[in-house]
Design a protein around this ligand. Structure first.
Ligand SMILES: C[S@@+](CC[C@H](N)C(=O)[O-])C[C@H]1O[C@@H](n2cnc3c(N)ncnc32)[C@H](O)[C@@H]1O
Length: 277
C-alpha cells in the first residue's frame, strides 16, 4: 500500500519509502493478513514460482512455508530490500527461495521460465501496470498462473464516521496519483488482466472487518497497518497543500477512534488468479 512512478530505473521514486518503520508496517500487514490472503495459495512440489516485488520478504516467508517443495525465485528492484528478505528467509530456515535484484520491466529470465507468478502490493506502485503484466505474461508457461493481490483505498469505511479521516486517506490517493500510481487499483485487477490477455480470471474480494472483539486486528491492521500508512504521508500531504495539519491530525484521530470499544473498521483487498493463454 504505497507508490512508485517508473520512467526507467533511475527515476523510480518509492513514495512509501524503504525506511525501517515502513518495513515494520509491511511485516505487521503481512502477519495480520496471512490467512485472509494466503490460505488458498500453495504451489506444487517441483514447480517454479516467481515472486515479483518481494520487498523485505514479508510475503515470501508465507509462500516458502506454504509451498515447501516449490522452487521460488523472489525479485525486487531494491537491492537493500532483497538483502533483508534473504536474511529473513535464511533465519527462518527455508532453503527453497532464491533472491535476485531486478526490475519487473527488465527481467532477464527466458520466456516461459515459470509455472506461477505471485505479485502482492506492487501493482499500485507502478505507473504502467498493463506493461508490467505484459512483461510478466511472457515469463509464465502456457497454462500457468498469475496471482495478484492489491488493496483499494476506496473500499475503506468505518464507524464512527469521520470526514477528516476520509480527507487524510484521500491525501494518499492523490499523492500516489500524482506519482503516476493508483491506490484504488484493487477494483481494476480484472480489467487489467483481461486487457493483457490472461484467461480464466477469478477475482475475490477479501474484506478485513475489524471491531473490538478482534484485538489482534485492531492492533495489527487498523492501527499498525492502515493508520500507520496514512500517518506516513502527513508531511508530504501538508507540504503539497492537500490538507492543513489540523484536519490531517483530526483524520488520524478519527481512524484511531474506530479502534475503541464501539468502533468498526473495514477495508477490502482484491485477490486475482488467472491463467496464461
Ligand atoms: C509495498 S512493497 C510490497 C512488498 C511485498 N510484496 C509485501 O507485500 O510486503 C512494494 C515493493 O515493490 C517493489 N517494486 C516497485 N517497483 C518495482 C519494479 N519496477 N520492479 C521490481 N520491484 C518493484 C518495491 O521495491 C517494494 O519492495
Amino acid at each position: 500500500m504505497r507508490s512508485t512512478g517508473r520512467k526507467g530505473n533511475m527515476d523510480i521514486q518509492y513514495i512509501h519509502g524503504y525506511d525501517h518503520s515502513e518495513n515494520i508496517r509491511l511485516q505487521d500487514q503481512a502477519s495480520t493478513l496471512v490467512d485472509l490472503l494466503h490460505s488458498d495459495t500453495s504451489y506444487p512440489a517441483g514447480s517454479h514460482v516467481l515472486e515479483v516485488g518481494c520487498g523485505v520478504g514479508a510475503q515470501t516467508i508465507t509462500l516458502a512455508g506454504n509451498s515447501p517443495g516449490a522452487h521460488i525465485t523472489s525479485i525486487d528492484i531494491s537491492e537493500i530490500s532483497v538483502a533483508a528478505a534473504k536474511e529473513k528467509i535464511k533465519e527462518a530456515g527455508f532453503t527453497n527461495v532464491n533472491f535476485q535484484q531486478g526490475d519487473i520491466f527488465q527481467l532477464r529470465f527466458a520466456p516461459e521460465s515459470f509455472d506461477h507468478i505471485f505479485v502482492c502490493f506492487v501493482l499500485e506502485h507502478l505507473s504502467q501496470p498493463v506493461e508490467a503484466f505484459c512483461c510478466l505474461n511472457r515469463l509464465i508457461k502456457v497454462g500457468g498462473t498469475i496471482t495478484v493481490i492489491e488493496g483499494d483505498h476506496g473500499s475503506t469505511y468505518f464507524y464512527p464516521d469521520s470526514e477528516a479521516a476520509y480527507k487524510a486517506i484521500q491525501c494518499q490517493v492523490v499523492l500516489q496519483r500524482r506519482a503516476g500510481c493508483n491506490a484504488n487499483i484493487g477494483r481494476e485487477l480484472y480489467p487489467i488482466l483481461n486487457q493483457v490477455g490472461f484467461c480464466s480470471i477469478h477475482v475475490s474480494p477479501r474484506m478485513v472487518y475489524v471491531d473490538s472483539s478482534k484485538p489482534s486486528l485492531v492492533e495489527g491492521f487498523t492501527k499498525n497497518t492502515f493508520t500507520a500508512m496514512i500517518k506516513g504521508v502527513r508531511e508530504s500531504s501538508i507540504e503539497a497543500g492537500l490538507i492543513d495539519a489540523k484536519t490531517f491530525d483530526d483524520g488520524i484521530n478519527g481512524l484511531y477512534r474506530t479502534t475503541e470499544t464501539d468502533g468498526v473498521f473495514c477495508y477490502t483487498f482484491f485477490k486475482a488468479v488467472a491463467n496464461k493463454k
